[in-house]
Ligand binder design. Structure first.
Ligand SMILES: [Zn+2]
Length: 218
């Protein structure tokens, strides 16, 4: 069973950026979880919970930070979560994202993934298999991974409707149109109806702190 953890800045990022991946992994028998660093105002937490329900994944974990910064305490809380949930794949934001919170979340996750693997930090450390970076409103110019989400597109659309406060911010159905057009564009590139795009972030495998370093095969 594959365990997928999405670490996001705000309620709605999980749906816009990787709602398809979360729903697809769950549909395939995996365990998908959202760790959301903020929820401002707190009512947006209800929207996030409704979105996770629509994606047919478990309840999200909301950290409730007032501000996202890559300080030691925040990194430790996220690495604690990674070390206990033990995800095969972690998804988070792009370091080039237009939103400062998203960039800060990338910094936090990059450090937390590293620390979760350290034998000096945890009795049972966890080395994440893959770190993928998603597109919310800032598009990836040349994706490394295109995930076919056609089978769960309806769930992603339903999850989008779970965020009425965000959809109401812009007129003419901006977010609905943008999300659909983006998924169709990635679908064209991926040879399917709807897809999500990601950057594959290389992870360290050679640190002195890791339990396992050398691969037994390529
Ligand atoms: Zn966001």
């Amino acid at each position: 069973m594959r365990r997928l953890l999405a670490v996001v800045s705000h309620p709605d990022d999980e749906t816009f950026g990787c709602g398809g991946a979360l729903a697809l992994n769950a549909k395939q028998g995996g365990l998908s979880r959202v760790l959301c660093l903020t929820s401002d105002p707190p009512e947006r937490g209800d929207e996030l919970r409704a979105a996770c329900k629509a994606l047919r994944i478990g309840k999200p974990v909301i950290m409730g930070l007032e501000k996202i910064s890559a300080d030691d305490a925040v990194i430790r809380r996220v690495s604690d979560h990674i070390a206990s949930f033990r995800p095969d794949v972690v998804i988070t934001h792009l370091p080039t994202d237009y939103h400062r919170d998203h960039r800060a979340t990338y910094e936090v996750v990059k450090e937390a993934v590293e620390w979760a693997a350290h034998t000096t930090a945890y009795e049972e450390p966890w080395l994440v298999g893959r770190l993928l970076l998603m597109e919310v409103n800032t598009l990836i110019s040349s994706p490394h991974v295109l995930l076919d989400i056609s089978d769960v597109w309806a769930l992603k659309e339903a999850a989008l409707e779970s965020h009425p406060t965000q959809l109401a911010k812009f007129k003419d159905g901006y977010y609905q149109r943008f999300t659909k057009a983006k998924a169709e564009l990635r679908g064209v590139q991926g040879g399917c109806s709807y897809a999500e795009a990601f950057i594959e972030e290389p992870l360290q495998r050679n640190g002195p702190f890791y339990e396992t370093k050398a691969s037994k095969s390529l």
